[in-house]
Write a protein that binds this ligand. Structure first.
Ligand SMILES: [Fe+2]
Length: 231
């Protein structure tokens, strides 16, 4: 599975990359955004790659996709086609607090970061724990369904804006990771965990770490990620 992951920083060379590497673009299975990117940039990516798009919001207003789109016309379109479910935006799915099945994968998402002021998309540890609990229940129900229908157990991919505590995070409140993310990781052992929020300047490769069986990736910028094992 080939994933185009983006977060926090716009890649100005992407247009050139598309023109020079059409085969690579064709081979992408889906796009994920870990937040703090403008709507226009994300629209450009989705229009260029034309593959399923899953996102979570970051803590910065420039990345606030739903707010950008909250106008009467958009509301009517969403109501008509998506039965009031506003997690769909310009061909993408807002994964926050949600679970989506994509092939043999379960995708889940957690927006925002640790509460450090009165801004939007910020959560205390307790608030995020509640969201993690809701998502955990959704995964368990899916796993029970798969078990009874004798389907292969699906692998889990997580998309969050904030990091996991102790992995790529920082000491200041804004960039601290969530403890409940670590617990989720230990319980469900996702194959991959994509996050943003923690800037990783001057690097050409993404920042990667391992927690047990989970590969944790600080996306910062744009990276093409191949899942380790699709079987
Ligand atoms: Fe952020």
């Amino acid at each position: 599975m080939k994933i185009l992951a983006v977060s926090d920083k716009e890649d100005t060379n992407f247009q050139d990359f598309i023109l020079k590497n059409p085969e690579v673009i064709k081979s992408i299975d889906f796009i994920v955004s870990c937040g703090d990117l403008s709507r226009s940039y994300l629209e450009f990516l989705v229009d260029s790659v034309r593959k399923p798009f899953f996102f979570v919001e970051g803590n910065h207003a420039t990345g606030n996709i739903e707010k950008d789109l909250s106008n009467d016309y958009f509301d009517k379109v969403v109501d008509k086609f998506y039965n009031n479910e506003k997690h769909f935006c310009f061909g993408g799915v807002n994964l926050h607090s949600r679970m989506e099945v994509f092939g043999n994968y379960i995708l889940v998402g957690f927006e925002g970061c640790m509460r450090y002021n009165r801004g939007e998309h910020q959560y205390t540890e307790k608030e995020m724990s509640r969201i993690v609990k809701i998502v955990s229940e959704k995964i368990r129900i899916q796993q029970i369904k798969d078990f009874f229908l004798r389907r292969k157990k699906k692998k889990i991919i997580v998309i969050s804006h904030a990091p996991i505590i102790g992995v790529h995070d920082k000491e200041d409140l804004c960039h601290q990771g969530f403890k409940c993310f670590k617990k989720f990781c230990e319980t469900f052992k996702p194959e991959m965990w994509f996050h943003g929020h923690v800037h990783f300047e001057g690097q050409t490769r993404e920042q990667r770490s391992k927690i047990g069986d989970t590969t944790v990736i600080n996306v910062y910028g744009m990276h093409m990620i191949t899942t380790e094992n699709d079987n």
